[in-house]
Write a protein that binds this ligand. Structure first.
Ligand code: ASP
Ligand code: MG
Length: 409
């Protein structure tokens, strides 16, 4: 007998028929002798519609009221599932964020969970009631309703699993697991049996498409095994786990790509102490996250600095950088958005050398120029021209032995 937390995403509860499919799955898990806590998202598209509705009502919706509005999406699905389970004869009850005691800070629209008082959940679980919790929402110490940022019900699920010390947290979504690369561009990508928290955290877009990244940090901190799987099949998905827990031993586990980065270069920056702080402080003060930075030393006490930021922040960062460049007497600011980052990720790299050279040689063989490189213990990333992204992912996938040999291409 286990305590199972199951989270179903928007596509899994998109209409009554699908919610009834969820009810069937939950009932089955319960009938196998488990206690079940279900966390739900809003029906697919509902959160977007509610946001649009608010903007029809007023130009700039009040943030507190926006969260009150958005929380209704999850309230709807939680109530529907609970009533369907009850109609089947199960003891089931819905709970909103505050009823489940999900305490957050007061950052409306992007609140962080501070703690979850497990008592209200425990009380019901001890009576073997199936609890259906509205995901994505909590409340602050003043009692205001808050929401956890887009995709936040993943984080609700993992945090609740941690609070009640669940045996597993299953995340049901519309993909059947985590792949060695994006199957849309790499036909030979295959589903991984398991992947570590750290690899997942390093997978940028590949991972973020499947799970809210914040939830992975939570899972790692509390060592909660997360099973990512599809609500439309019975097949096992991918386990996201601690790296010591008997994972597949691969040198490289995945090749990911990210087309959402842009590159900015400042030329002839005076090479003096404090210069990097002058350039990057105003950028981070704007809440813009700089990913890679490289600095080239030139002759005559001048240096070039190149760095990447998310594409959505490109224009703003250019403006800030141009202003700073003027102040510090740099020569020129150049930017381009036609870049992509490809990365090889794997905890296996920690104990092996040579991964970087395989990566560089493979790209060289295809005549793909590397614009920037960064490495960490378990990741090597190269910035390349955007138009080569698909090719780069495919050849690297092959080079690292990840191809699914059964795929007919
Ligand atoms: N309904 C929210 C969203 O669409 C939260 C979630 O689905 O995880 O972002
Ligand atoms: Mg999601």
């Amino acid at each position: 007998m286990a305590l199972v937390v199951q989270k179903y995403g928007g596509t899994s509860v998109a209409n009554i028929e699908r919610i009834s499919n969820v009810a069937r799955r939950v009932a089955k898990t319960y009938d196998q002798g488990n206690d079940v806590i279900v966390i739900l998202s809003a029906m697919a598209g509902v959160t977007d519609s509610l946001i649009a509705l608010a903007h029809q009502a007023v130009e700039e919706p009040d943030k507190r009221e926006m969260d009150v509005l958005l929380a209704t999406g999850e309230q709807t699905t939680a109530a529907l599932l609970a009533m369907m389970l009850r109609a089947k004869g199960y003891q089931a009850q819905s709970m909103l964020g505050h009823q489940a005691d999900v305490v957050t800070d007061s950052a409306y629209g992007n609140a962080r969970i501070i703690e979850i008082g497990a008592k209200p959940l425990r009380k019901l679980i001890d009576r073997h009631t199936i609890v259906v919790v509205a995901g994505f929402q909590g409340y602050d110490i003043k009692g205001n309703i808050t929401t956890l940022g887009r995709g936040g019900s993943d984080t609700s699920a993992v945090a609740i699993a941690a609070a009640v010390k669940a045996d597993v947290c299953e995340i049901y979504t519309d993909v059947d697991g985590i792949y060695t690369a994006d199957p849309n561009i790499c036909p030979k990508a295959r589903k991984l049996k398991s992947i570590s928290y750290d690899e997942m955290l390093n997978m940028a877009s590949l991972g973020a498409k499947v799970l809210q990244i914040r939830s992975v940090g939570f899972a790692k901190k509390y060592d909660i095994p997360v099973h990512v799987r599809s609500s439309f099949s019975e097949e096992e998905g991918t386990m996201v786990v601690n790296e010591d827990s008997g994972m597949e031993q691969l040198l490289v586990s995945a090749v990911s790509h990210d087309k959402n980065q842009a590159r900015i270069t400042i030329t002839k920056v005076p090479d003096q102490p404090g210069i990097a702080a002058k350039i990057f402080s105003p950028i981070s003060e704007e809440g813009i996250v700089v990913d890679m930075i490289i600095q080239n030393t030139r002759q005559g006490g001048k240096t070039d600095m190149t760095f990447t930021v998310p594409k959505v922040d490109f224009k703003r960062t250019m403006q800030i950088t141009q202003k700073v460049a003027g102040e510090i007497g740099a020569e020129e600011v150049m930017g381009d958005t036609d870049i992509a980052m490809v990365s090889a990720i794997g905890v296996g790299m920690k104990n092996h050398s040579g991964v970087a050279s395989v990566m560089f040689n493979t790209l060289a063989r295809e005549n793909i120029n590397i614009l920037m490189i960064s490495t960490s213990e378990i990741r090597i990333s190269c910035v390349i021209e955007e138009k080569y992204t698909e090719l780069a992912v495919r050849v690297l996938h092959t080079a690292f032995g990840l191809d699914d040999e059964e795929t007919q291409v």
